[in-house]
Design a protein around this ligand. Structure first.
Ligand code: SF4
Ligand code: SF4
Length: 194
């Protein structure tokens, strides 16, 4: 059953099953959160998030699925674990962030950033070559995001690319690794376990 939360600007669907789904998938005890804000106070990237970690958790508890999954918070999260170390209730917020990322990808939610596109492009490169291939990542990302054709960005990016190449930070050819079969198995396992 869904209810609606009335805010100043809009009415939003509250889906109580969302909180349960997130808890089941992440194995994090969100019901223990009492909004002390210790997690957000120490989070190094909270200033860039649509909602700092404590607010995101509250919205999950309230079942505000759309607002949560369309936010940039879990994309911006660095998985640094500072929040978990500070939480007096041992809530594994990083596992919640991972879970929300997977749920957003599964539902093809784009959110407010290009980070899902970057994430998918990066993983496609690793799946293809077994390791990150920076030049391929940059080119595919820029083409798919449309950044390649933005006149203001192109000269700076070309200059940056040349500098990286000159310093040996950008290989022309994709890397070769021995364990490609193992990498393939990891992706297969990840796909099956959702
Ligand atoms: S793991 Fe994510 S949410 Fe937690 S402190 Fe680090 S960046 Fe912030
Ligand atoms: S530190 Fe823990 S209890 Fe406090 S707001 Fe963050 S998640 Fe909730």
């Amino acid at each position: 059953m869904t209810t609606r939360l009335v805010t100043k600007k809009s009415t939003e669907k509250c889906d109580p099953s969302f909180a349960k789904e997130v808890m089941d998938k992440s194995h994090a005890h969100l019901e223990r959160c009492y909004q002390c804000v210790a997690c957000s106070s120490g989070c190094p990237s909270a200033y860039q998030m649509d909602y700092p970690p404590h607010q995101l958790l509250r919205m999950v508890q309230l079942g505000l699925k759309d607002r949560v999954l369309n936010s940039n918070t879990f994309w911006i999260c660095l998985s640094c674990e500072t929040c978990a170390a500070r939480c007096p209730n041992n809530i594994e917020i990083v596992l919640v962030m991972d879970t929300l990322r997977k749920m957003a990808l599964k539902e093809n939610r784009k959110g407010s950033t290009n980070l899902p596109l970057f994430h998918n492009t990066f993983l496609a490169m690793v799946k293809f070559g077994g390791k990150a291939y920076e030049l391929g990542l940059i080119l595919f990302y820029m083409i798919k995001s449309g950044d390649l054709f933005k006149p203001g960005l192109l000269p700076g990016n070309i200059k940056l690319g040349i500098n990286m190449f000159m310093r040996g930070k950008l290989a022309i050819l994709p890397p070769r690794i021995k364990g490609k079969a193992e990498i393939k198995r990891i992706f297969e396992l990840s796909r099956k376990t959702g």
